[in-house]
Design a protein around this ligand. Structure first.
Ligand SMILES: [Zn+2]
Ligand SMILES: [Zn+2]
Length: 334
């Protein structure tokens, strides 16, 4: 039975920081919310006060409108939260603005990772491994079967599909916040400089990234483009648009999907995807375990995903750990 860290506790609505009466990524409106990043399973509108990085606040405003009283906290700056708690946001490497939250109280240091990854990502600041006493880690891909390939390999498969299908469009399903911009940046890094076409639902978030200095190259919406002109074009859309009527405006599209779940063949089949691309914005199994070793906390709490296997791994490695089984996290970003 773990009795330390009594000042922070898992509640059904999220992690509760008792001395500050504040919540981390709460699933319902609260007076004071600390928000790790802009995905819908972490961010929402309706809080009295929202504390987050300036980028995340911009994303929340764009996606959900009202942030209540916004308290921007840039990476690395310390802020008092009530009389007894100090907080610092550290980069999580997940999407633009994504943060781990370092909480300090009574001489104890707690890190809440939020969603994170360790792979390089040109669209956001890299994960900062930070020493702490308690690590509260995500576990979306917390099974040994999840080992993400290098993204360059998946981008090369995408470009190869384009080469072999010059008369067809290549339609890539990718989440509108983070995944889409990362795929675009990696295509540019691989030397693809032709215009990339966007589903209307992707446009505003791509502009927001550009406003924050992330260059995405030449982007167009499909609005006035004749069908024939889209042969050989790469088009990015939300995963939900892959199978809907919207895609009929494209010439015989090859459908691709960029997601860590594409590692599971059945998921790719369910989506009817021709080209599953294993591209994830979450840590894979090796990154999750390596991060626990590197941060080396006295205790690890596991949440947000496949908790059991990582719990077992901690036990096998003589690490004190606990699975939180919080509800409400849907990994929108995949
Ligand atoms: Zn996320
Ligand atoms: Zn998440």
């Amino acid at each position: 039975m773990i009795t330390d860290f009594a000042w922070i506790r898992p509640e059904p609505a999220g992690l509760y920081v008792r001395p500050a009466d504040a919540w981390i990524d709460p699933a319902r409106p609260v007076p004071v919310a600390l928000v790790t990043h802009g995905h819908a399973d972490h961010a929402r509108s309706g809080h009295g006060v929202t504390i987050a990085t300036p980028e995340t606040l911009a994303i929340i405003r764009e996606r959900y409108g009202d942030v209540g009283e916004a308290r921007p906290l840039p990476y690395g700056e310390r802020m008092a939260l009530g009389d007894d708690v100090r907080i610092t946001l550290m980069p999580a490497g997940h999407v633009l603005g994504s943060a781990q939250i370092l909480l300090e109280c009574g001489g104890e240091r707690v890190i809440v990772t939020g969603d994170y990854k360790r792979r390089p990502d040109p669209t956001c600041a890299p994960f900062a491994a930070t020493p702490c006493d308690l690590l509260i880690t995500e576990a979306t891909f917390g099974l040994p079967v999840f080992r993400h390939p290098p993204i360059g390999q998946e981008i090369a498969r995408l470009l190869a599909a384009r080469e072999t299908n010059p008369d067809r469009a290549i339609l890539v399903g990718a989440y509108a916040l983070g995944k889409a911009q990362r795929v675009i940046c990696e295509l540019r890094a691989a030397g693809y400089h032709a215009p990339i076409y966007l589903h209307g639902a992707m446009e505003r978030m791509c502009r927001l990234y550009e406003d924050h200095g992330i260059a995405l190259g030449e982007l167009h919406t499909l609005a006035a483009v004749p069908k024939a002109a889209l042969a050989g074009a790469i088009v990015i859309c939300p995963p939900s648009a892959l199978a809907d009527r919207w895609s009929r405006r494209l010439p015989d599209p090859v459908t691709a999907m960029a997601s860590g779940w594409m590692r599971v063949r059945q998921r790719a089949r369910q989506r009817g995807v021709d080209l599953p691309l294993v591209i994830s914005d979450h840590a894979d199994w090796d990154e999750l375990t390596a991060t626990i070793v590197e941060v080396d906390p006295a205790q690890t709490w596991i949440t947000h995903g496949r908790e059991e296997a990582l719990l077992r791994w901690c036990e096998l490695h003589q690490r004190s750990a606990r699975a939180l089984a919080l509800v409400g996290y849907e990994d929108e970003d995949e």
